[in-house]
Design a binder for this molecule. Structure first.
Ligand code: RB5
Length: 152
């Protein structure tokens, strides 16, 4: 299976910094281009700021996939999903990582640096980056998610 995305926008807060470094090693060793939006150390920062930068990169077509890491992955996914066109999935297992690509066409992977170990996070990342959207009956459901962006 090959990697499907051209450029990954990646970001983290202090809770995700160490794991982000491991994910960047994976991207580098697989010759996958990435843009690192920080943070760049373990000083306390606000995760929505980093979610916003990564999502904006996708919206501006600077990147075609995002990876966001905080302590749990949850805050990042909540913040990311406020953005138009963003379908962020917080994954702590490989089955969810595969299914959210196949069924939800997720374009941002969120993980918790305090939840999962590096080995599992790398497996999740690899599956997310290599699994194709199935389309078909899932196309209409993804479109229905987009329609919710224009409702209250
Ligand atoms: C930061 O302490 C922590 O709240 C953050 O990394 C994340 O887990 C939020 O969802």
């Amino acid at each position: 299976m090959k990697h499907l995305f051209n450029v990954i926008a990646i970001g983290c807060d202090h809770g995700g910094y160490d794991l982000k470094r491991e994910i960047i090693k994976y991207l580098t060793s697989n010759n996958i281009q990435y843009i690192d939006f920080g943070s760049y150390n373990t000083e306390s920062v606000n995760y929505p700021d980093y979610a916003h930068m990564v999502c904006e990169a996708l919206q501006n077509n600077q990147a075609d996939c995002g990876i966001l890491i905080c302590g749990t992955g949850i805050g990042m996914s909540m913040a990311a999903n406020k953005h138009k066109g963003i379908r962020a999935a917080c994954c702590s297992d490989t089955f969810s990582a595969r299914m959210t690509r196949m069924h939800n066409d997720a374009n941002v992977l969120c993980m918790g640096g305090r939840v999962i170990g590096t080995g599992l996070a790398l497996d999740i990342t690899e599956l997310f980056l290599k699994t194709e959207f199935e389309g078909g009956r899932h196309e209409i459901r993804v479109k229905l998610i987009a329609d919710l962006e224009n409702k209250k």
